[in-house]
Design a binder for this molecule. Sequence first.
Ligand code: AVI
Length: 324
Amino acid sequence: PPQTATVLHPPDLPDLNPEFATQVLEGLSAHPKRIPSTWFYDHRGSELFEQITELNEYYLTRSETALLRSLHDEFAQLPAGSAVIEFGSGSSRKTPLLLGALNAPASYTAIDISGDFLRQSVRGLQLRFPQLDVHALEADFTAPLHWPAALEADVRQQPRIGFFPGSTIGNFTPEQAVRFLHGAAQFLGPGAHLLVGVDGTQDKAKLIPAYDDARGVTAAFNRNLLTRINRELGADFNAQAFRHVARFDPAHSRIEMHLLSPRPQTVRLLGQSFTFAEGETLHTENSYKYPLAMFQRLAQSAGWTPQKHWLAADTDVALHWLQR
Ligand code: AVI
């Protein structure tokens, strides 16, 4: 009989993360095989993602950054003394474009699951904006968030602006996106605004190279997941024996990334074996591409009122301005 998924703690895996182990075991047992894309972002994965954002083919970052820059005067007209709260702040590269445009913002709160990145980026921002009250919350913002008591009273008195750039919302399923937007509404409170970056590109000729670049950086990013599983969970994936695949699914309006096994192979992980048939794939990421009206409906169903949106000059990358 198949054995139950027991998490082992052999002495050579001191950092074994039980949630990672469980999700990988479950995902490899599923049909089709899948692993949530959140596990891409170990140290190396975050480095590779930074490299992706600099690729010619990856239009998203460049477009959104130019769009944010072009909105300087628009942001400058918002009420003074606001509290900016960023979800999944990562390296906070785009944050200065908002903070620097706003009229004397009072505070900035960065929320990220990776404490490492969080500490670094928050320190940098504090140096750059010495007047700003800067806070870091190490938390998983896909689960319900609560303010630490020491912060809540202050922030609730300031005009609140949630910031979720990068089209990261596209990596959630639509159900997860609604749950996130609903949670953000609760967390930010009545009267708050949310500025969200959303890619609506439907053109395959732009999408495929953006997710399968000529230099193979995205392929390395995708395969790094297997390297991470080997290192942290003691698996024996041969990462080079999997092909990086990026496909556009117009029915779901999403780009999918997979790792394809060109020949049959078996992988061992935590006492179990998982067999890949010839041509079988491991689904590692969805990146939903919401056209304007589609995203507005999604936001409305989560309790937000779409007030404005701005489109990039040369792509379908948008910034949505929502009010609670
Ligand atoms: C972080 N996220 C918005 C990226 C995206 O475009 O979905 C992750 C990524 N995957 C492949 N390339 C970049």
